[in-house]
Design a protein. Structure first.
Length: 320
């Protein structure tokens, strides 16, 4: 099989309040807000918020749907992305502990797994994250009043998927997506693509006794992880490859304005997306002005006032 995937594209989760989420990612994690838009599916207007590094690069983008206004709660469990991990310089991990303490963010001690130090921390909605010390990641972080270049997160390191059984999910990752298994440490199984490392790594966490979590898009869980391919042609070829292996629960190609997507449910339950990399976030606003106003796809523009009336007002602190 030709390896079309070039690493993680983005991660998408359901959260609670919109402003609470904006403040967490822009002020606590220190990412740049790069897009304010809405959920393209369903009847109700729900924000879709995007956060990334300085250059809004593929492999740095966290996206969220604030579901508090809709009252939709998801159930955490296996069959989901359990932890989303960012990279930062290894020397910054003590800074991050103090930073979390200052802002009242729940976090753990500095731990080591697969030879890399990391600090676990938690979003107000219960989502789990890590800062992984990785001095090899040279992507440009976003700088804030509290977070300097020497401490800033660079982008994603990996995601950790919770599964009740490993073998079928391993087959999906290796035969389906082209990852290689490169190690085990306790209940953790490491898989890498390309040269491995930042944005090219994922883990399976074997949790046989953890009940299945919900698959809905709602508060408190990661809904899906997206893997990057170059364009529609590669996305279609990968979709056909997966279907040929028997993974037929795959969607048609969907237009997400900033990329095109195919969704496929993996055997462990985790929803995976194949997302193209040839459109980008500067298609409807300049790179230096990303994330400053609500943008709607053309097919929603005629409903702008109706949409605005139902959304929680938010302020992007970086645009003030």
């Amino acid at each position: 099989m030709t390896n079309f995937i070039t690493g993680i594209h983005h991660v998408t989760a359901g959260v609670a309040g919109a402003q609470e989420d904006v403040d967490f990612f822009t002020q606590i994690v220190g990412q740049r807000m790069v897009k304010q838009t809405i959920l393209f599916d369903g009847a109700d207007s729900i924000y879709h918020l995007y956060y990334a590094n300085r250059n809004a690069e593929i492999g740095t983008v966290m996206t969220t749907f604030p579901y508090k206004q809709a009252g939709v709660l998801a159930r955490r469990g296996s069959g989901q992305v359990k932890i989303t991990s960012y990279t930062a310089p290894e020397s910054s991990l003590e800074f991050w502990q103090k930073h979390f303490d200052k802002h009242g963010v729940k976090h753990g001690a500095i731990e080591t797994r697969f030879g890399q130090k990391r600090v676990h921390f938690v979003h107000p909605s219960g989502l789990e994250f890590e800062i992984v010390g990785d001095d090899n990641d040279k992507r440009d972080g976003w700088i804030t009043d509290e977070i300097s270049e020497s401490e800033a997160v660079r982008g994603f390191h990996s995601v950790t998927m919770s599964v009740r059984e490993v073998p079928e999910q391993e087959r999906f990752l290796t035969e389906g997506l082209g990852f290689k298994k490169t190690g085990e440490e306790g209940p953790y199984h490491r898989f890498e693509i390309g040269e491995g490392g930042a944005k090219n790594t994922l883990f399976l966490l074997h949790e046989p006794d953890v009940p299945q979590g919900s698959w809905i898009l709602g508060q408190g869980t990661v809904h899906h992880v997206a893997f990057a391919v170059q364009n529609d042609e590669e996305a279609t070829k990968l979709k056909l490859h997966l279907e040929g292996l028997g993974y037929t629960d795959a969607s048609e190609v969907k237009d997400r304005n900033y990329f095109h997507s195919v969704y496929v449910r993996s055997p462990g339950g985790i929803l995976c997306e194949i997302a193209t990399s040839d459109i980008g976030f500067a298609t409807d606003e300049p790179l230096d002005g990303l994330g400053r106003s609500l943008l709607l796809p053309p097919w929603f523009e005629h409903r702008r006032q109706e949409v605005l009336a139902t959304l929680e007002p938010i302020t992007n602190p970086q645009a003030v």
